[in-house]
Design a protein around this ligand. Structure first.
Ligand SMILES: [Zn+2]
Ligand SMILES: [Zn+2]
Ligand SMILES: [Zn+2]
Length: 283
């Protein structure tokens, strides 16, 4: 499995769109892995996780053929993960010679409804017929082509919303826990980790929300580094993280303060990797 981080920032990007704080200025000065766009990842060439407003930039920067994406997985409807209008230019007169005309979209019902609300009026029927929506429910596994996907309820957003994190397994048994955006996991998610570890062993990679950086507390359903390391320890105890599991910290905000080199130093002591835009991992 080829896993690529395309965008690794929280909602405002880093440097943030309208910000002049110290770490935004420093990130702009240093450049490289300190420049972070909105959250998105790609598995192989056909499974895209989230559709943020920076999707087009990711296509340009990484030279992607997004018409190869057959499966789109959406975590939740926050704008750094889902910019619905982008789908109105998929197909019809807007996209020629596509590799896959059809797109299978997996998300919560509220995410699909949000798409209809925001983009329904703009969507041509010729494009709409190629968008196939699959409504997900917590812990109900679905098969998306070669991928087995289980949505898990995230600790994120107000009650009444249904954000998901995901457990994704390919045909060779390579597996990813993609845990954005979420604060400390719910009891039933920990139970799922325990059960999965017992039946299938450790996952190949885990990507953990680390938005709050140097802050201890949970700010709006995210985690700081110290909480991330406590979560990692508990996951190791359950066996869902094993000695060969790649543990990646991802989804960063200027409000977490750590710049890239600082993050790498802290994370390496805990045997973790730090994501950056464009980073590729072969699992
Ligand atoms: Zn986010
Ligand atoms: Zn800032
Ligand atoms: Zn969010």
């Amino acid at each position: 499995m080829r896993f690529q981080f395309l965008g690794t920032a929280a909602a405002e990007g880093w440097p943030a769109v309208f910000c002049n704080c110290r770490v935004c200025k420093e990130a702009a000065r240093l450049g490289g892995p300190n420049i972070r766009t909105r959250s998105q990842s790609l598995i192989n060439e056909d499974l895209l996780i989230d559709l943020p407003p920076d999707t087009y930039m990711h296509k340009l920067k990484e030279g992607l053929d997004l018409s190869k994406v057959r499966y789109l997985l959406i975590t939740h409807k926050h704008m750094d993960h889902f910019y619905p209008q982008e789908l109105t230019v998929r197909g019809w007169a807007y996209s020629h010679d596509m590799v896959s005309e059809d797109l299978e979209i997996y998300c919560a019902e509220e995410t699909r409804d949000y798409f209809t609300l925001v983009s329904g009026w703009e969507l041509e029927q010729e494009s709409a017929v190629h968008l196939h929506w699959h409504i997900l429910h917590p812990f109900e596994t679905v098969q998306a082509g070669p991928y087995r996907i289980t949505p898990l309820p995230a600790s994120h957003m107000q009650p009444g919303n249904e954000p998901f994190v995901y457990h994704i397994v390919d045909e060779e048994g390579k597996s990813v826990l993609y845990l954005h955006d979420s604060g400390y996991y719910k009891d039933e998610v920990w139970e799922y980790f325990e059960k999965t570890a017992k039946t299938s062993g450790p996952v190949s990679m885990v990507s953990i929300d680390s938005t709050s950086g140097d802050r201890e507390t949970n700010h709006g359903g995210h985690m700081g580094f110290s909480e991330v390391f406590r979560v990692k320890k508990r996951m190791e105890e359950l066996g869902i993280i094993g000695p060969d599991t790649l543990c990646v910290l991802n989804h960063f905000s200027h409000n977490g303060h750590y710049l890239y080199e600082e993050m790498v130093e802290i994370a390496s002591r805990e045997n973790c990797l730090i994501s950056y835009d464009g980073k590729v991992l072969e699992l």
